[in-house]
Structure formats: structure tokens, C-alpha cells
Design a protein around this ligand. Structure first.
Ligand SMILES: *Cc1c(COP(=O)(O)O)cnc(C)c1O
Length: 379
């Protein structure tokens, strides 16, 4: 038996008829670029996020970029984020002309460590972007308190965390804006590209609506220099269908994570993910930590178990950001985790049998590599 890292087809098979109907409605209406299917999804997604407004765009990267731009972030500004995220978080900052500034993350949760924030704030700082990494909310209360004290904006990168909760509240609704990606592999994935900005600020929603559509306030009358970043009608219709299933899919991911946790609990070379009391994690990724990660991942692949690494190189060590001149050793928690994190297969349709197999192969393989401290004896 093979265990893929992700199986989009398994999910599609459960919603095939609903999707066919939704696609057909778009084809019959001709509403392909923006339009009523996108507007319907925006209303539903705003309500799902417990936010007044949602604006659909063409990717999560664009959502972050237009949210920053809509909040007035630009050249000369600094925006604080974390180095252990997908490159898009930093790219969106750079695309506005602002400079990304990094702070290290919490050892157990891998999200922004609020203890480092005040040390990173300068007179040029305008905003903070905490990342709800892997589906786990960052510790928002201290981040929001520091932001308030210094007059800074907070933009949540919730691209991996649709439906995650912080102290009972939906992520995306906590700061000035929340940005989501509907890349096919995300917990809520389009059949193509997509993204959204959610916000409680009507003025920001209006500005992002204009920016995504060439800065138009009225057709062919352009108040701002924008871009074409509209969401496709087809994606709006697909996302409306899938949003109805998202709570059940997230619950299945949490159930799968719980099973992994129990099966891996007594394994000394594998550290399962940690979920703080404030968090309801939605396990976009189920990430363990283990020494000898690369060898373990390769050996698992040979046995048909496909894992991932999120992410192998922190942003401050990427060639694209060498001009920031941030040396190795600057963010020790993020750097050490990059060498040891391993993402196991995770999706709602993963079966108990598949999870048992992944854990069995991990136990036998890691024990063979690391004897005598391995854990095969527990199998
Ligand atoms: C996926 C992702 C993005 C970017 O989303 P796209 O839709 O791929 O542009 C941004 N930030 C994080 C943390 C992501 O995982």
C-alpha cells in the first residue's frame, strides 16, 4: 500500500456530483471573471470567518500583497514576520516596497514568539504579519497588545489555517485583515488558484475590491493603480460547494492528528506537534520533529510513504533575500527546526489503516537508523 502525501482525487470523489452541478451553473451563466458566484462565496466565507467582509482574489500571495497595500504599507516601511514560512509572506511585503523584518518563533508551536517583537520594532515599523503555520494559530493576544501599544497594523497570514480558532475565535478575524489561500492543496482548495482578504474594516474591503480590479471605482474610471487579481467565477462556485464540507474535513484532520499523536506518543526519536491551550489547530500539515530527518524521509519514500518538508530553508537564508544580509544563527529556533521538521501524510480522507502503516514504517525505520535509542520494540 502506498500512502501519498496528499490525495486530491479522494476528496473530489466525495463531491463529484455537487461540483459538476456548480461548474455547469457557471458555464451556463457565463460569469467567469468575478461576478455572482464569487460574490456568493465572499458572503459565505466572511460569515465562516466571523468577519464583516471578504474579498476574493486570485491567490493567497495577492491577498497578502493587496491587504498590505490597501492598509497603506509601502516603500520605507518595515513589516515584521517570521522566517519559517512560505516565501509568499515575505514576497508580499517586498512587493509593496516595504522591507521584511524577521523575529524568531516559539520552540514548540513554531509560530511567532511575541517575546521578540518589541526588540524588532523601529520607527519605520508599520505592521506585523503573524503566520498561523501548519494550521496552528499564532499566540495572537500578546501580538495584538504589542501592536496596539505601538500603533501597528496586524495582518494574519491564515493561508494554512481556514477554520482554525484562537481562544474560540476564528482566525482571520483577530487582526486588521486576514489573508487566505485557496491553492488546491490547502484545507479549503479551489480547482485552480484563489485567495481572499477578510476584514472588519469596510474601507479596507472597498480598497482591496478596487485594487483587484485595476483600481476601478466605476467601469473605466480608475481611482487607484491596481492590477487584475480577480477571482474566477468557476473558483467561486467550487469554493462555495467545498466550504460547506470544510468543518467536517477539518474535524477529520484533527481526528487523524489525534491518532498519529497517540501512536507516536512513546517514540523517543519523534516529537509530535504541540497544540497550546489557546489553539484549535486544523492540521493543514501534521509536522513532527526528528533528528536524521532526511535519511528517514528517503527511507519512507522507498517504502511508499510520501512526506514533505515545510520548509527546508528559512527565508533569511534564501538567495532571493541575501541582500538583507542576515547571517546563520540569527533565528536559532527557526533554523534548527528547518533541519528537523517532517510533514507526514495528512488529509481528511486518510484512513486509519494508512496512518497505522505510516507510523509502523516510521518506527521500524527510525529504530534501524538510530539503534539503540529507537522505538521498534514498542511496535
Ligand atoms: C500557500 C501560502 C501562501 C500563498 O498562497 P498562494 O495561494 O499559493 O499564493 C502564503 N502564505 C502561506 C503561509 C502559505 O502557506
Amino acid at each position: 500500500m502506498n500512502v501519498p502525501f496528499l490525495d486530491l482525487k479522494a476528496q473530489y470523489e466525495t463531491i463529484r456530483d455537487e461540483i459538476a452541478e456548480a461548474l455547469n451553473a457557471v458555464l451556463e451563466s457565463g460569469a467567469f471573471a468575478g461576478g455572482p458566484f464569487v460574490e456568493k462565496f465572499e458572503r459565505e466565507f466572511a460569515s465562516f470567518c466571523e468577519c464583516e467582509h471578504a474579498v476574493g482574489v486570485n491567490s493567497g500571495t495577492t491577498a497578502l500583497w493587496l491587504a498590505l497595500q490597501g492598509l497603506g504599507v509601502g516603500p520605507g516601511d518595515e513589516v515584521i514576520t517570521v522566517p519559517n514560512t512560505f516565501i509568499a509572506t515575505a514576497e508580499a511585503i517586498s512587493l509593496t516596497g516595504a522591507r521584511p523584518v524577521f523575529v524568531d518563533v516559539d520552540e514548540g508551536a513554531y509560530t511567532m514568539d511575541p517575546a521578540f517583537l518589541e526588540g524588532a520594532i523601529t520607527p519605520a515599523t508599520r505592521a506585523i504579519i503573524p503566520v498561523h503555520l501548519y494550521g496552528q494559530p499564532a499566540d495572537m493576544d500578546p501580538i495584538l497588545a504589542i501592536a496596539r501599544r505601538h500603533g501597528l497594523l496586524v495582518i494574519e497570514d491564515a493561508c494554512q489555517a481556514h477554520g482554525a480558532r484562537y481562544k474560540g475565535k476564528s482566525v482571520g478575524s483577530l487582526g486588521d485583515a486576514g489573508c487566505f489561500s485557496f491553492y488546491p492543496g490547502k484545507n479549503l482548495g479551489a480547482y485552480g488558484e484563489g485567495g481572499a482578504v477578510v476584514t472588519k474594516h469596510r474601507s479596507l474591503a472597498d480598497t482591496v475590491r478596487m485594487l483587484r480590479d485595476h483600481g476601478q471605482s466605476q467601469k473605466y474610471y480608475h481611482s487607484l493603480i491596481g492590477i487584475n487579481a480577480r477571482m474566477d467565477g468557476i473558483q467561486g462556485a467550487v469554493l462555495s460547494v467545498k466550504l460547506k464540507h470544510l468543518p467536517a474535513w477539518n474535524a477529520a484532520r484533527r481526528w487523524n492528528a489525534d491518532l498519529y499523536n497517540r501512536l507516536l506518543a512513546d517514540c523517543p526519536v519523534i516529537t509530535p506537534p504541540y497544540e497550546p491551550d489557546y489553539a484549535e489547530h486544523v492540521y493543514h500539515l501534521y509536522v513532527v520533529r526528528t533528528p536524521n530527518r532526511d535519511a528517514l524521509m528517503a527511507a519512507l519514500k522507498d517504502q511508499g510513504v510520501h512526506c514533505g518538508i515545510h520548509y527546508p530553508l528559512p527565508i533569511h537564508r534564501q538567495k532571493a533575500y541575501e541582500s538583507l544580509d542576515l547571517p546563520l544563527g540569527q533565528y536559532p529556533v527557526a533554523e534548527a527546526s528547518a533541519a528537523e521538521v517532517l510533514s507526514l501524510p495528512m488529509y481528511a480522507e486518510l484512513t486509519q489503516e494508512q496512518i497505522n502503516l505510516v507510523v509502523h514504517k516510521m518506527r521500524t525505520t527510525s529504530a534501524g537508523m538510530l539503534a539503540p535509542v529507537g522505538c521498534a520494540s514498542a511496535v
